[in-house]
Every structure is written in C-alpha cells, then in structure tokens.
Design a protein around this ligand. Structure first.
Ligand SMILES: [Zn+2]
Length: 283
C-alpha cells in the first residue's frame, strides 16, 4: 500500500524526531483514555515541551513567521477531538496567534493510501484533500492563504517512519474578524474536502495561485521562504485521497460475517456517517 504525492519526498527533510520510539509508545499507552490526556505538569514536561517546533506559514501581509509545536511522531494527536480548533496545530500552551492578520489554520490529514492500524479510531471531519474556503479570501482585497506540509510518522520495526502527511492552510486577512464573519465563524470556518464536488473552484489550488491568493513555503529552500508563483512551481497540484470526511475505526469481530461484510481485523476507513467503506486493508 501507499500512494504518495510527488511533494511528499520534498517535505521529509523537515522531520524532527525528539523521542526514542520506546519512550514515546510507553507515553501514549499511559494516556490512551480520552479526556485523560496529558494535562498535569509532569506530562507537560515529559510530552508537550519535548515536541518539535515547525514553521507553518509566513504572513503574506507582514512577513511574520507562524511556528507551532506539533507531534509528527504519530497520528495520535491529529484526530478531530484533539488539537487547536483552527488556531493552532495542537493544544500546546505555547501555540499562540502569530500576528494581527492571522485568521486560522486548517489541517488536512492525508493517509497516503496507508491504513493507520496502529490506532483504534481516527476521525477527520475536514477530509484529506486540501480545499480552499473562498469566503475567507474574497470578502476583501487584503487576504491570503499559505500552504505547507509536514510528514507524520508511525513506529515501524522500532523506528519512526514517515507514512502520512498533514497539508496546512493558514489564512490571513487585514481584518481577521471580518474574515471570521464571512467564513461563518468558529468551528464551521473552514470548508471540507467533499465541497470540491459542489464547487470545483475550491479544489482547484492552481486557480488560487493564479489569482494571487494562494502562497506556499518553498520546500526546495531550507529557509522555507514564501513563494507566490509562478503557478508551474506550485508543488501541491493534483493531491489525491478519499476526497471527503473520513473515520478510521477498528470494530470487534461480528458474530456472523453477514452482519458486517466490510469487517477487517485491522480496521476500515469509512465515510463520516460510517455507512460506506472508503478504503480497507487487503486480506
Ligand atoms: Zn501579519
């Protein structure tokens, strides 16, 4: 398995490993209960403060860097129920709004055709194929969005191995409050992958580069400068995936096979209502 976009190889050099695999797996095992996730002071020191810091975007209006601590060792912290709710990549207390133009950051976790069988459950409401939210860009002239990507690992044969990718879209506007209003505000601020089916513009990333609204960090330069063109240099055209919201889940073996013909011991990727199979391991 594994279907990797051409940009994946270019993004790998950014990866920072800050845990030993055994130490990391032990830490996750201790905190596998939802709601009981790394809040104490000891946990902040042993987990949060050891996370690597990444450059996520540069403001197209003022140039200020947007950095975040994020856990690229595994998918564990990237499910819908955890994380920074459009303000950051994770709930790390250091992750704050970088400049007066920051509107929000959206994450699209793409599994690159891999089944995340190291987990039991992994919901992704926004989907895996990055799309643009036009309302956040077209409400006024002074707006922009910056695209970037980071590899995400899992532990394979005792080593952190990059398997997945997070595509990041960080929105900026002269007036973030006007952008929030235009985008509907709060958790509904961003458009999900499946909207590309209703409005082809939202999934046509090169179109937004042409318009001068979509920028990216240049993966070919170790200083990751902001790039705005030409469109032929844009590294993220043609990203593939299930194309909508998805939920990976392991289920107990059904008592009779006919009750759940899609069942697989390593789990299945469903649509968000979990009534349609989008991808499954081969037998
Ligand atoms: Zn700014």
């Amino acid at each position: 398995m594994g279907r990797y976009h051409s940009s994946f190889q270019q993004t790998l050099w950014q990866l920072q490993i800050t845990f030993a695999p055994d130490e990391y797996l032990e830490l996750l095992a201790r905190h596998s209960q939802p709601g009981d996730w790394l809040n104490s002071r000891v946990e902040i020191a042993s987990y949060w403060d050891k996370l690597p810091r990444y450059l996520i975007a540069r403001c197209p209006l003022c140039g200020v860097r947007f950095t975040n601590r994020a856990d690229t060792h595994s998918l564990f912290m990237w499910g819908d129920s955890t994380g920074g709710r459009g303000r950051a990549l994770s709930a790390h207390p250091e992750n704050t709004v970088p400049c007066a133009h920051f509107v929000g950051v959206q994450k699209f976790i793409n599994l690159n055709g891999n089944i995340p069988m190291e987990l039991d459950y992994f919901p992704q409401a926004w989907g895996d194929v990055p799309v643009i939210t036009p309302e956040l860009l077209l409400h006024t002239a002074q707006t922009g969005v910056v695209m970037h990507s980071l590899p995400i690992c899992r532990v394979e044969r005792g080593a952190f191995t990059p398997k997945y990718v997070v595509y990041l879209l960080t929105y900026y506007a002269e007036s973030p409050s006007a952008a929030h209003k235009a985008g509907g505000g709060g958790w509904t601020l961003f458009t999900a992958s499946q909207h590309a089916g209703h409005d082809p513009r939202v999934g046509d990333l090169p179109y937004w580069v042409e318009l001068g609204k979509l920028h990216w960090l240049d993966l070919d330069d170790p200083t990751l400068p902001l790039k705005s063109g030409p469109t032929s240099d844009f590294p993220y055209a043609g990203i593939q995936g299930v194309g909508g919201s998805y939920t990976y889940r392991k289920r107990p073996k059904p008592r009779w096979q006919w009750l759940d013909r899609s069942w697989h011991p390593d789990g299945v990727i469903y649509n968000s209502s979990e009534n349609e199979v989008l991808a499954r391991p081969s037998w």
